[in-house]
Design a protein around this ligand. Structure first.
Ligand SMILES: Cc1cc2nc3c(=O)[nH]c(=O)nc-3n(C[C@H](O)[C@H](O)[C@H](O)COP(=O)(O)OP(=O)(O)OC[C@H]3O[C@@H](n4cnc5c(N)ncnc54)[C@H](O)[C@@H]3O)c2cc1C
Length: 300
């Protein structure tokens, strides 16, 4: 039995706000949101932030649907949906039946789940249950976000979830990672390459290939990540000779974010892939790491 109060989200119908949602004084309380797969993700985040429920505030401004989020374990700015997802309801096309998968049955890892790895195409996600914390503190694990929040608050007072979500949108926009009409830098599929998770040995090889010390981050939970670190793909790309604003015909790198490959207008899919291949080859020849693509190719 689900021990948490449940909020069913449906943006087409009026929906009750959770009790005590108007202030942090309500104390911390788990709350499950059942969101239909077709709902707009950013609108869902906005709704939870307005309800003062912590858990997905750093994932503001990511385009797509609720149902897409468990597929690649959507993540940004120190949060991943894996840490909020309680259950995924889906139609299993093999067994022709609805199933409810717990978070552990979804096999989440960095940009990965069973939906995009061991069982691609098997499940049609119809609903995702997120367990959030009413009155919870925002996640400020991402150094740049933390710094920016502190700059605006010399008193060190805890920022609200709405302030953090607004700052995330602002940072995303400054990097061309928010969909804004007329902004050429956001004509992308988001981050084009995953940040590689490497062994200490590979990290040594990367360090040998560069005059600068490679930045590194924790690789995240999971037995397969023990003894490994995550290295920013953007750093590897820049060290391999590709700067922001680089162009190959109409395909290019965003002028504000090295990981976003953009279409400046009229580039074909083949041209975009040519640019991606050129970047991946350069990184591989310099550091011995083959970058993996994040977007899914359709029709290739
Ligand atoms: C500007 C920009 C910024 C981005 N920033 C980020 C970011 O910070 N972090 C991040 O993780 N991603 C980011 N992305 C990628 C994208 O937003 C996510 O992958 C999002 O989850 C895509 O949702 P969608 O509904 O459009 O799914 P689609 O792109 O349509 O599908 C993605 C995959 O999920 C599958 N899928 C979608 N819905 C379902 C369903 N209901 N059931 C089963 N399978 C399904 C599809 O078959 C496909 O394989 C960004 C993209 C852009 C364009």
């Amino acid at each position: 039995m689900n021990p948490w109060p449940t909020v069913r989200t449906s943006f087409s119908e009026a929906c009750e706000a959770p009790v005590g949602s108007d202030g942090v004084d309500a104390g911390e309380k788990g709350l499950t949101y059942q969101a239909a797969a077709g709902e707009d993700w950013d609108a869902f985040v906005e709704r939870t932030v307005q309800d003062n429920c912590a858990g997905v505030e750093c994932l503001a401004g990511i385009p797509g649907s609720v149902g897409g989020t468990p597929v690649q374990n959507v993540g940004a700015y120190g949060q991943e949906v894996a840490s909020a997802i309680e259950r995924v309801r889906a139609f299993d096309v093999e067994d022709r039946a609805f199933v409810e998968l717990s978070a552990s049955e979804c096999g989440f890892a960095y940009r990965r789940s069973r939906f995009n790895s061991t069982d691609p195409g098997r499940f049609i996600v119809t609903r995702v249950d997120y367990r959030l914390t009413l009155g919870g503190a925002p996640t400020l694990k991402y150094a740049d976000l933390h710094r920016a929040i502190l700059e605006g608050r010399p008193d060190g007072a805890r920022p609200s979830l709405a302030e953090v979500a607004a700052l995330v949108r602002q940072v995303r926009q400054s990097k061309g990672m928010l969909l804004v009409e007329g902004d050429t830098d956001c004509r992308s599929a988001g981050s084009f390459f995953k940040n590689p998770v490497v062994t200490e040995e590979q990290l040594l090889r990367i360090a040998e290939g560069s005059e600068k010390e490679p930045p590194r981050f924790p690789a995240g939970a999971g037995a397969e990540n023990i003894g490994r670190v995550k290295v920013p793909a953007a750093w590897l790309i820049e060290q391999s000779g590709f700067a922001k604003g680089y162009s190959l015909g109409a395909a290019g790198i965003s002028s504000r974010h090295t990981l976003a490959l953009i279409n400046r207008g009229g580039a074909s899919a083949a041209e975009m892939l040519k640019l991606a291949g050129r970047i991946a080859d350069a990184v591989e020849s310099r550091f011995g790491i083959r970058l993996e693509m994040e977007p899914v190719l359709v029709g290739f």
